[in-house]
Design a binder for this molecule. Structure first.
Ligand SMILES: NC(=O)c1ccc[n+]([C@@H]2O[C@H](COP(=O)([O-])OP(=O)(O)OC[C@H]3O[C@@H](n4cnc5c(N)ncnc54)[C@H](OP(=O)(O)O)[C@@H]3O)[C@@H](O)[C@H]2O)c1
Length: 262
């Protein structure tokens, strides 16, 4: 085993997850790659072992299934995990009131429940091993209610708040906790859902490799919320200032005048 320990990447069979696996391997991490498509995971594992000389293990798991999720948690508890990227995610995009309930539930199982349980498993492991890094992939949709993706937007808002809350709690514990908010990235995310690859203007897309390089730079900077395409940190600072102003006023303990005569 390499001295950096093992990085676990969920959703490593394509797109952003595959790019994370590649970059982390080239930095010297051994890897545990998780997704449903074992053929793709095995092909990537072979390539990374040959190119980077690291150990790569694959674990086929459908993160909508409680038993598969438990297998991943159990594996994390057994191996020296020093880095987890909770990247697996589904969109179930389409009119929110029409997309089938089962598809929206599956989204919640992957984007919310699996991400939560694997975050907790990794943090327990990091605590026993003396440190580690957790990277949770949210989306700029965390800040955007969307008629074309209510469960997706809600799930990513969950990822953002859950991750930030963990970070608050773990300050000073030697455990890095980061949320990444990508904008549009050129992956199979849209086409695999039967959507056009041109949902957004062409110039709005970045490559998964560029996204991952920027995200890892954000991790190195210690940033809590990493938006790789946000040119200046100012808009995020403004959002935070407005959020604090909102909370100060909402905690006033008094009913607003406009609601008093309802
Ligand atoms: N692309 C974008 O524009 C964009 C923007 C913002 C955020 N994101 C987020 O980035 C992350 C990665 O997305 P991507 O763009 O790289 O999309 P992608 O190419 O479609 O990859 C999604 C990954 O998630 C895995 N996955 C899906 N359902 C799963 C399940 N039930 N169990 C286990 N693994 C599952 C897939 O593997 P299998 O199918 O092999 O299981 C695949 O490896 C997601 O969290 C997504 O929400 C993407």
């Amino acid at each position: 085993m390499g001295h950096l320990g093992i990085a676990v990447v969920t959703g490593a069979s394509s797109g952003i997850g595959s790019a994370f696996a590649t970059r982390l391997a080239s930095r010297g991490y051994d890897l545990l790659l998780v997704a449903r498509r074992g053929d793709r995971l095995r092909a990537l594992a072979e390539r990374l072992q040959a190119d980077a000389g690291v150990d790569v293990t694959t674990l086929v798991a459908d993160l909508t299934r409680a038993d598969d999720l438990a297998d991943v948690e159990a594996r994390i508890a057994e191996i020296p995990v020093s880095f987890l990227v909770n990247n697996a995610g589904v969109g179930a995009l389409g009119p929110t009131s029409i997309v089938p309930p089962d598809a929206q539930e599956a989204l919640i199982r992957v984007n919310v429940i699996a991400l939560t349980r694997l975050s907790l498993a990794a943090i327990a492991r990091f605590r026993s091993l003396g440190g580690g890094t957790l990277v949770n992939i949210a989306s700029i949709m965390a800040l955007m209610p969307s008629s074309g993706g209510g469960a997706y937007s809600g799930s990513k808002a969950y990822v953002l708040n859950f991750t930030r809350s963990l970070r608050l709690e773990l300050e000073g514990a030697g455990i890095g906790v980061h949320a990444v908010l990508p904008g549009p990235v050129r992956t199979e995310f849209f086409s695999s859902q039967g959507l056009s690859d041109s949902v957004f203007p062409d110039q709005a897309y970045i490559t998964p490799e560029a996204l991952v390089d920027a995200a890892l730079a954000g991790v190195a900077l210690g940033e809590e919320v990493i938006t790789p395409t946000l040119a200046s940190p100012d808009p995020w600072r403004d959002v935070e200032a407005m959020r604090r102003a909102y909370l100060r006023e909402a905690m006033s303990g008094e009913i607003a005048p406009r609601y008093r005569d309802g």
